[in-house]
Design a protein around this ligand. Structure first.
Ligand SMILES: NC(=O)c1ccc[n+]([C@@H]2O[C@H](COP(=O)([O-])OP(=O)(O)OC[C@H]3O[C@@H](n4cnc5c(N)ncnc54)[C@H](OP(=O)(O)O)[C@@H]3O)[C@@H](O)[C@H]2O)c1
Length: 384
């Protein structure tokens, strides 16, 4: 017999909230997601400590990752200081971007020990310190470091504890709202990792447990030891391998799903074209779906996204995020950006809705497009 979907109850309530969102009219602030003024909340302060009024109705639609409430779109902070897909940015330029995100209604911020390493957590900690109690900070452990460089995986219990102490200092906080295992250590059973996080939760150093890039089997084993709030793995209109069982497993167990790479690393934000090429030392050069043949093939996806953008009076970035949000109510994408105007644009995705027929029509065309260099469906069934 099919197991009862643990999300169904929560989802009903969230759907009600989302449908009730009464988005503000297109002609006003977020017409195409290109708001120019900071948004305001009733009864709270903005990131600069100024009192703000009148929370826009659309921001009332929060999403749940397990029992953790977050804004429906988060902010991926990876490339800000560590410069994974761009030159590292200056802290003084990125702090206003993170604080500006808070003013735009983002309450969910994603970083990791390995980004930098360490410098991204320091940035996020400093930027969010003035609004610490109003935001959810997610970070990840799972690696060893030698001379400031990543040196293999390590999730031994004593190492996790040491890592968390460092994370708390850098994040300037006494608790990590969502503590993820970044990559499974093949030498440590996931139950031991979950057991250690369970203790950290009891001690108040972490509030929720997350996993990243693991198989359905690993999710189940970890969840049995310590309930998992979120799984973070790559998912976008182009990279859809996880539609094979992983997302359904999250659904069944009541686990939220956080797509990383929701813009296919900028491609779905219309940042590149079929002539884009990357130097050998660029991180893009190592990504198979940024090879020339792949970019050429995926222009068809971008053309489809642009068509929907025209139909919905939106931008390609907004369509790409709105499509993810429409797949399940427990999906919370975390687009990475170094630009405040892109955060405004991305939050505008909350203004776009798809009917079931539109989603069907979209997918029928999408599934006919040949993808190159993406993960095969079988990769969803093994730990990465
Ligand atoms: N768990 C994991 O293993 C894992 C792996 C990778 C990443 N992550 C997390 O997921 C986050 C997001 O993933 P990602 O950064 O790899 O990929 P992504 O979000 O798909 O793409 C980021 C790129 O999209 C561009 N972008 C964002 N909004 C845009 C817009 N409106 N228009 C045009 N371009 C736009 C950004 O450039 P601009 O700066 O120019 O806006 C950036 O180059 C990361 O920041 C990190 O926190 C987790």
């Amino acid at each position: 017999m099919k197991k009862k979907n643990a999300h169904s109850k929560i989802n009903k309530e969230i759907n009600k909230q989302v449908n009730r969102r009464d988005f503000i009219s297109k002609s006003t602030l977020l017409g195409a997601g290109l708001a120019t003024a900071p948004l305001a909340f009733a009864g709270s302060n903005n990131s600069m400590g100024q009192e703000i009024v009148n929370k826009p109705a659309y921001l009332q639609g929060k999403r749940m990752l397990g029992t953790l409430e977050v804004s429906p779109i988060g902010l991926g902070c990876m490339s800000m200081k560590s410069g994974s897909y761009n030159p590292p940015r200056d802290k003084k330029d990125m702090i206003p971007v993170i604080r500006g995100a808070v003013d735009l209604g983002v309450t969910f911020f994603d970083t990791a020990e390995v980004y930098g390493p360490f410098t991204d957590e320091e940035l996020v900690g400093e930027a969010l310190a003035p609004v610490r109690d109003e935001v959810v900070i997610a970070s990840k452990f799972g690696f060893d470091f030698t001379n400031g460089k990543r040196a293999g995986r390590n999730s031994r219990p004593e190492h996790i504890r040491k890592a968390v102490e460092g994370m708390l200092k850098r994040l300037r906080t006494d608790r990590i709202d969502l503590l993820y295992l970044h990559r499974l250590d093949p030498n440590v059973p996931v139950e031991d990792v979950a057991g250690t996080v369970k203790e950290l939760i009891k001690e108040g150093k972490a509030l929720h447990f997350g996993l990243s890039e693991v198989s359905p089997q690993t999710i189940r084993k970890a969840h049995a030891e310590q309930p998992v709030s979120a799984l973070q793995s790559e998912y976008s209109l182009i990279q859809r391998a996880l539609e094979n069982e992983v997302i359904d497993t999250c659904d069944e167990l009541g686990i939220g799903f956080v797509p990383w790479g929701p813009m296919c690393r900028g491609f779905l934000g219309d940042k590149f074209n079929e002539y884009s090429r990357f130097s050998d030392d660029s991180r893009f050069a190592a990504v198979p779906y940024f090879m020339p043949e792949a970019i050429k093939a995926h222009m068809e996806v971008l053309i489809l996204v642009r068509e929907w953008a025209r139909k919905k009076n939106a931008t390609p970035a907004q369509i790409s995020l709105a499509w993810l949000l429409a797949q399940k109510p427990h999906i919370v994408p975390i687009p990475g950006t170094t630009k405040l105007h892109h955060i405004k644009e991305n939050m505008g995705a909350l203004n776009i809705q798809f009917t079931n027929n539109e989603l069907k029509e979209f997918r029928e065309v999408l599934e006919k497009i040949r993808l190159v260099g993406v993960r095969g469906p079988e990769t969803a069934l093994v730990d990465q």
